[in-house]
Ligand binder design. Structure first.
Ligand code: ZN
Length: 325
């Protein structure tokens, strides 16, 4: 805009009525927000090592900017892509509202409340929630150290939101985990070390075969694994020569000696359950997302910033749709 026009425009702001002024203010805020989100995404260090989402080559040239996002052209397959192609945030609209949506995730708002707060449809709110959380599934510790506590929770299979139910609808939830019929059980395992690093996973069957890949990745010979005296853990620690602090189930032990206890992991499980109550039951196919959501908030001691949520949400080359082992 020419200098004289911009001066004219600025002077005209004084003459605006309240309604027009707030519309102008809203437009400026929206523009600032889009620019800021694009700035965050474009300047993430992770982009320096980014591979082509089509052929995985790391050789690419910058190829202009479209809709505020940097584009690239792959030297190998010659296809173009932007910084969001192949990530969970690809093809989502209304970038300017992503940061306030990330804040809604941190605050643990329901789909409807987040939709109202960000001025989007509740279907958009639902889609954003699961896209934003997709990558949190993959951000878990590879190793745990020192004393590791392990325990599990049982959830009832839920097809919430599904139009075709695999079972007869229930009127009420189960009072305790023991009331859940064995056919409807979904098992979650939580491992937490004393540095508050937490790993979780979901299984349809709780047996050594299913647990072994996780435990062998997480636990080293230097670990002291604390658990209740369940056959799965007894077998695993014996076969792999892992030190095992065993707590008795009949005695309902959660502490044996000062160091042998599972109090931290039990506290984590309980806090997760209390936190999840606000959603009034979650569909089993999304359970992993909710667990990852809570794990991410816990990792930052409930002080994660919306900028971090957004940047972490983007850092996935391909997102994993395989919910269960
Ligand atoms: Zn390529």
């Amino acid at each position: 805009m020419a200098t004289q026009n911009i001066v004219k425009f600025i002077n005209s702001i004084n003459n605006l009525d309240t309604k027009s002024y707030s519309r102008l203010k809203e437009a400026i805020e929206k523009r600032d927000s889009i620019k800021f989100v694009s700035f965050l995404l474009n300047n993430d260090d992770y982009e320096n090592n980014r591979s082509c989402p089509y052929c995985n080559s790391k050789e690419h040239n910058k190829w202009g900017i479209r809709e505020d996002l940097q584009r690239f052209k792959c030297k190998s397959c010659m296809r173009t892509f932007n910084i969001l192609t192949g990530t969970p945030l690809a093809n989502l609209h209304k970038k300017g509202r992503w940061l306030s949506y990330a804040q809604c995730l941190i605050d643990g708002l329901s789909v409807r409340k987040a939709a109202d707060k960000c001025g989007v449809h509740r279907n958009t709110s639902f889609r954003w929630r699961h896209r934003f959380l997709q990558n949190a599934n993959q951000i878990k510790p590879d190793k745990l150290s020192g004393i590791v506590e392990v325990n599990e929770s049982i959830f009832a299979w839920s097809e919430k939101g599904s139009k075709r139910l695999r079972r007869k609808p229930r009127k009420r939830g189960y009072k305790s985990q023991k009331d859940i019929p064995s056919k409807s059980r979904v098992f979650t395992m939580f491992c937490r070390d004393r540095g508050k690093n937490t790993f979780d996973d979901i299984f349809l069957k709780f047996n050594a075969d299913n647990l072994k890949p996780d435990l062998s990745k997480l636990i080293t010979k230097d670990t002291l694994l604390c658990s209740q005296n369940k056959a799965v853990y007894m077998k695993y620690t014996k076969e792999n020569n892992i030190r095992h602090g065993i707590l008795s189930i009949p005695k309902k032990e959660s502490v044996k000696k000062d160091i042998v206890h599972i109090k931290n992991v039990q506290k984590y499980q309980l806090s997760l359950l209390i936190w999840m109550k606000r959603f009034r039951g979650v569909a089993t196919k999304y359970l992993k997302n909710y667990m990852s959501w809570y794990r991410e908030i816990d990792e930052f001691d409930f002080k994660i910033s919306p900028e971090t949520v957004l940047v972490r949400a983007k850092r996935a080359d391909k997102y994993n749709t395989n919910h269960f082992r």
